[in-house]
Design a protein around this ligand. Structure first.
Ligand SMILES: Cc1cc2nc3c(=O)[nH]c(=O)nc-3n(C[C@H](O)[C@H](O)[C@H](O)COP(=O)(O)OP(=O)(O)OC[C@H]3O[C@@H](n4cnc5c(N)ncnc54)[C@H](O)[C@@H]3O)c2cc1C
Length: 377
């Protein structure tokens, strides 16, 4: 019996578990480690903020998914890996032994320059994001002229700003939302057409765009010219950073601390360790940090984990050069980007909504009231 430990319920692991549920492989014992039973789907986060979706509609039940795959689900987070001893330590003090380990734990928000801000700062990759956003909504209800700033204007930042604006307007009419991007403006990675469509959406919503880099202050953010923007809430969508604890794992990491993998997504230093999604890095830089890439990798990762356990050949994952990105406008339309082509409209929102709902629907769920049995490990 080979022990496979999956750390994190990221996109690729969802598909690994779905595949294991389908083929019920003999001679493997699978454990999923995740700090929460619920895996929130980031594609629907802006829709939840804007009030389009209920919280229950945007999440996947990892306990039910594990049960369908005969896997053991542990509601616990990893905090250390001893790659030489083949063990994972958890935040509640467990020590799990593995034959094969797979990491799909996502990334953290790189927002050090905003840290002095303290309580009003809400990094988009926070584990308690949903709870904290609900707290800001309560604050907004009680605060005249509530103001929010979103820092970072890549795809996630633009979607967030539009969603935050729509969500807050439902609470009170006198809110102000500012999107802070670098000098190159919103969506600078996606080309001129995407930039001009995004600017049109933002202007139409009444969101102010600031083309400067900022640092956090006690009251909000400050620009290089000394001017400040006061904000009751500052959301950071400022890019990905690797979890610091991986630095002690002895796994080979890239210069930014992400797990270095080969084209089969196997660690370059430890052949019994795999990594997928935002937490991994390929030599060529060939793989973008996005949910779409992590989803596409899932079936190949499932194959490779089982093949490694059975001693059969692994498969390489060839990332696609382009993906379709659909950004919610939080107004019944969306922006669609494919390479440098970009368009927008209600059709794009309908397509995004369909794709996202279909993604969630493919996973099983248990009634919310079923408690997690105490783990036997
Ligand atoms: C607002 C927003 C919208 C986005 N929309 C899109 C989109 O439409 N399309 C797209 O392609 N990308 C989108 N992205 C990017 C996308 O969210 C990430 O690239 C994607 O989530 C990465 O997936 P992943 O598989 O690496 O892991 P994640 O989906 O980040 O999941 C990681 C899981 O691991 C768990 N975990 C973390 N640490 C530990 C630990 N120590 N132990 C155990 N478990 C742990 C977490 O709780 C989480 O459940 C969006 C991002 C944001 C912020």
């Amino acid at each position: 019996m080979k022990r496979i430990v999956l750390v994190g319920g990221g996109h690729a692991h969802l598909l690994v578990l779905r595949q294991i549920a389908r083929c019920k492989p003999p001679d493997v014992e699978v454990t999923l480690l995740s700090p929460s039973r619920w895996q929130y789907y980031s594609g629907m986060l802006p829709g939840w903020i804007a009030g389009t979706y209920r919280r229950e509609e945007c999440r996947i039940d990892l306990q039910a998914l594990s049960a369908s795959a005969n896997a053991c689900f542990l509601e616990d987070g990893a905090c250390e890996i001893h790659a030489e001893d083949r063990t994972v330590g958890t935040t509640t003090g467990r020590l799990l032994q593995y034959d094969f380990l797979s990491l799909d734990i996502g990334s953290e928000t790189a927002c050090d320059s905003l840290q002095p801000l303290g309580a009003p700062l809400l990094p988009v990759k926070s584990p308690d994001f949903h709870h904290r956003w609900e707290e800001f909504i309560k604050l907004c209800r009680m605060t005249p002229a509530f103001s929010a700033a979103v820092v970072g204007a890549g795809a996630a930042g633009v979607e967030l700003a539009l969603a935050v604006h729509t969500g807050l307007l439902k609470v009170r009419p006198d809110v102000r939302v500012t999107l802070i991007c670098g000098p190159d403006g919103p969506l600078d990675q996606l080309g001129a057409s995407a930039q001009s469509i995004a600017a049109k959406f933002l202007r139409h919503a009444g969101i102010e765009i600031v083309y400067q880099r900022v640092v956090g202050t006690a009251e909000g953010v400050r620009m290089p010219d000394g001017r400040s923007i006061a904000a009751h809430c500052v959301l950071a969508a400022t890019g990905a950073r690797a979890p610091a604890w991986l630095g002690h794992s002895r796994l080979g990491l890239d210069v930014d601390g992400f797990v270095a993998v080969d084209d089969c997504h196997r660690s370059r230093t430890h052949p019994n360790v795999f990594a997928a999604g935002d937490v991994c890095s390929r030599d060529s830089g060939a793989i973008q940090k996005s949910g779409v890439q992590s989803v596409r990798l899932g079936p190949v990762l499932a194959h490779n984990l089982l093949a490694a356990a059975q001693g059969t050949p692994l498969r390489a994952y060839k990332p696609r050069r382009r993906s379709l990105y659909l950004l919610s406008g939080a107004n019944g339309s969306a922006i669609a980007c494919w390479g440098t082509w970009c368009s927008s409209g209600r059709w794009a929102w309908r397509l995004k909504d369909q794709i996202d709902r279909r993604f969630i629907r493919q996973f099983p769920r248990l009634p919310d009231t079923i408690a997690i049995p105490s783990a036997s490990i």
